[in-house]
Ligand binder design. Structure first.
Ligand SMILES: Nc1ncnc2c1ncn2[C@@H]1O[C@H](COP(=O)(O)OP(=O)(O)O)[C@@H](O)[C@H]1O
Ligand SMILES: Cc1cn([C@H]2C[C@H](O)[C@@H](COP(=O)(O)O)O2)c(=O)[nH]c1=O
Length: 218
């Protein structure tokens, strides 16, 4: 029986790598799939992994209809055994319903990959719908780490290394960016709550405010 699976995790935990590996493994056994994504950092109609792999993909926009796309392929004589859907947090809730319909009515496996929560720890609408509808939610086993060494569970948005909490939900970006760019950093919940990024933690250690009491008196 076909399944709708949501592979989730923080940024930089290997989701796109896994998506490309799954496509490779299925294709190697003669199965035919379609790779789809939305707003990949590498550009439109591309799925890219930080390990250097990339592949062409179908770019999904707000008006894209997954069910119609697959039915069109099948009607044209194509075969579709599975879908790989990266950056699924950016899909609309309606599109996630279309994916569930593809699984149930066309018996096609749908593997989705995405982050669950945004920089304010709120669920993306697409991820929320996936959690509601998926047959399985799999948390990736490769742990992204907070600067303190604990497992990173949350995504922070940063400007010049400082965590920000205002702004649009969607801003395409990467971890490790230039000082003046909007970037992201994965943190454990404790440090996300305290807005303590690697840069601000380093600055706090160097600040005279945290020197031992005697030294401040000197
Ligand atoms: N130079 C490297 N050597 C080994 N592994 C790396 C290197 N760069 C990145 N990675 C791995 O790739 C992961 C990010 O993979 P990616 O698929 O781009 O993540 P995601 O799609 O979840 O954001 C990192 O967590 C790390 O495990
Ligand atoms: C937390 C957060 C992330 N994004 C964007 C930033 C990246 O372009 C993607 C996540 O990509 P990855 O392959 O998982 O690293 O999402 C965003 O738009 N808003 C956010 O709050």
């Amino acid at each position: 029986m076909a399944e709708l699976v949501f592979f989730s995790g923080t940024m930089d935990c290997g989701k796109s790598t896994l998506a490309l590996q799954m496509d490779h493994n299925h294709a190697a056994r003669g199965r035919q799939g379609i790779i789809l994504t939305r707003n990949d950092r590498a550009g439109a109609a591309t799925i890219s992994s930080r390990l250097g792999l990339r592949a062409d993909a179908v770019e999904v926009g707000d008006d894209f209809d997954f069910h119609a796309h697959v039915v069109h392929r099948l009607s044209a004589g194509g075969r579709v055994d599975y879908l790989i859907c990266d950056e699924a947090q950016f899909f609309t809730p309606g599109q996630i319903d279309q994916l569930a319909r593809i699984v149930d009515e066309l018996d096609i496996d749908v593997y989705t990959f995405g982050i669950t929560t945004d920089f304010r720890t709120r669920l993306f609408p697409g991820s929320q719908r996936l959690i509601e509808l998926a047959d399985r939610v799999e948390v990736l086993q490769v742990e992204a780490l907070c600067w303190c060494g604990a497992r990173a569970t949350h995504n922070a948005r940063t400007v010049g290394g400082v965590m920000v909490v205002e702004g649009a939900q969607v801003v395409i970006g990467d971890i490790s960016v230039r000082e003046d760019e909007v970037g992201y950093e994965v943190l454990c919940r404790r440090h996300h709550r305290r807005r303590l990024t690697a840069a601000t933690a380093r600055a706090a250690v160097l600040s005279p405010d945290v020197l031992p009491f005697e030294e401040q008196q000197a």
